[in-house]
Design a protein around this ligand. Structure first.
Ligand SMILES: [Zn+2]
Length: 434
């Protein structure tokens, strides 16, 4: 069936309505739904997937041992490389994989993983897109939209009702050409990765060209969005920015709502666990995002480590009581620093490498760059930590020995690190404008 027939079908519409009902109907028991879906997946896993069949057997597990979604903890946390190393054992013995679809995760977080899925999953994925765009009042395909790409395509191309543009190496003439298409196409909303949209804005500002028409919404996904980036996008387009958080694996869907910038997880897509990072300094409240996808029955991901770190949000949002929320994802930070010779580096993985750096003696840290090749590292000591002096010397030594080349670091012990106006805590402040 062709996609337009699908989205017009009552079946598809009922799927999208159901996604709305789950989160917006306060009486809806989403935990019950999750448990039902989980049970179904565990039944498949324990009988048809060699890895789980074996795991259940060796650990004397029975399906009846799972009485709530919390009992997921009986099963191990797995990640991309573990699955890749045991790939065959994660495939269902009763499925002809050749006849299914597949897609491969990007290489930004380690080795790629080939995710296999069926038509049903595809349909649910599409319904998810309609759900989150619907929250902002938009309908994909029937409304014209603009997709901002980093590369992949030439200057611009059309895909049904989507105008796709590439933002690299834009000259004055190229921007004029793009603007002509934008005016012709009249997109209502924009979709793109934060870095690509920011790059577009920077180019327009640099060339002193105005965006040719007004936009109602900008959807940003695929990368961590810093507060300053979000502000820049909102200011430039003078509209609301919606953040979505998903991944190629399709085992979770995070979205921001009309009321807040927090990321809400949709209960129908995955069971998200936010767990302590063992090596982590617990006071900074960073949690690992682990998810169990509820929609892919041919290649289930159970307790899958997304490799993302998030800050948990404990209160409820006005919009709904039915979803787990996080304040922000910080594990895929795109913020870059400049070394002495001007090359750009992302230092966040370095600072969040808890195997390397022992942060226990520090309550908070923040690194700031004001000059190329120079990093200021602010540290708030953990008052409960004994022998801070000795600890600090060791910390300093670890950081200095392992830090990438081309940087000088100034350590500064401070009493506190201020949050941003919206209460967010920034790990990195880049003061160099380029
Ligand atoms: Zn909300």
């Amino acid at each position: 069936m062709d996609i337009d027939q699908i989205i017009k079908s009552n079946y598809f519409k009922s799927k999208v309505n159901f996604l709305n009902k789950i989160v917006f109907d306060k009486d809806y028991n989403s935990q019950k739904l999750q448990f039902k879906k989980l049970k179904f997946i565990l039944k498949i896993a324990s009988t048809k997937i060699p890895f789980y069949k074996d795991y259940f057997y060796k650990n004397h597990l029975d399906l009846n041992d799972f009485k709530t979604v919390n009992d997921l903890c009986y099963l191990p946390i797995i990640n991309k490389s573990f699955i890749n190393d045991n790939y065959k054992n994660f495939l269902r013995v009763d499925v002809q994989y050749e006849s299914l679809f597949s897609r491969t995760t990007g290489g930004s977080t380690g080795e790629p993983l080939k995710v296999i899925y069926d038509y049903n999953f595809k349909l649910r994925d599409l319904a998810n897109t309609f759900f989150y765009t619907g929250i902002a009042g938009h309908i994909p395909r029937s409304e014209a939209s603009l997709r901002v790409y980093g590369d992949v395509i030439d200057l611009y191309e059309y895909d049904y009702n989507i105008l796709k543009i590439s933002i690299y190496d834009l000259s004055f003439t190229k921007v004029q050409l793009i603007n002509k298409e934008i005016v012709k196409h009249r997109p209502k909303y924009i979709h793109g990765r934060p870095s690509a949209v920011i790059h577009l804005i920077e180019t327009f500002l640099k060339l002193d060209i105005k965006f040719p028409l007004s936009i109602k919404t900008v959807f940003l996904d695929g990368e961590v969005l810093s507060f300053s980036q979000k502000q820049a996008v909102e200011k430039f387009f003078n509209c609301k920015v919606f953040v979505t958080y998903g991944h190629t694996e399709g085992s979770l869907l995070g979205y921001s709502c009309i009321n807040s910038d927090n990321i809400h997880f949709h209960p129908n897509v995955g069971i998200v666990e936010l767990i302590e990072n063992k090596e982590e300094n617990q006071t900074n409240n960073l949690k690992k995002v682990i998810t169990t996808g509820l929609n892919n029955l041919v290649f289930p991901l159970i307790r899958y480590d997304t490799n993302d770190l998030a800050v948990k949000y404990d209160s409820f949002c006005e919009c709904s009581q039915n979803s787990l929320q996080i304040k922000e994802i910080i594990g895929r930070v795109q913020d870059l620093v400049y070394s002495k010779n001007g090359s750009k580096l992302c230092l966040t993985p370095f600072f969040f490498n808890y195997n390397l750096i022992d942060w226990r003696g520090v309550e908070r840290f923040q690194y700031i760059q004001e000059k190329k090749g120079l990093i200021k590292l602010k540290l708030v000591p953990n008052k409960n930590y004994k022998n801070f002096e000795t600890y600090f010397l060791k910390l300093k030594e670890t950081i200095l020995t392992n830090f990438p080349e081309g940087f000088e670091i100034n350590f500064e012990i401070v009493d506190k690190i201020n949050r941003t106006k919206r209460g967010k805590y920034k790990y990195f402040i880049q003061k160099i404008d380029e």
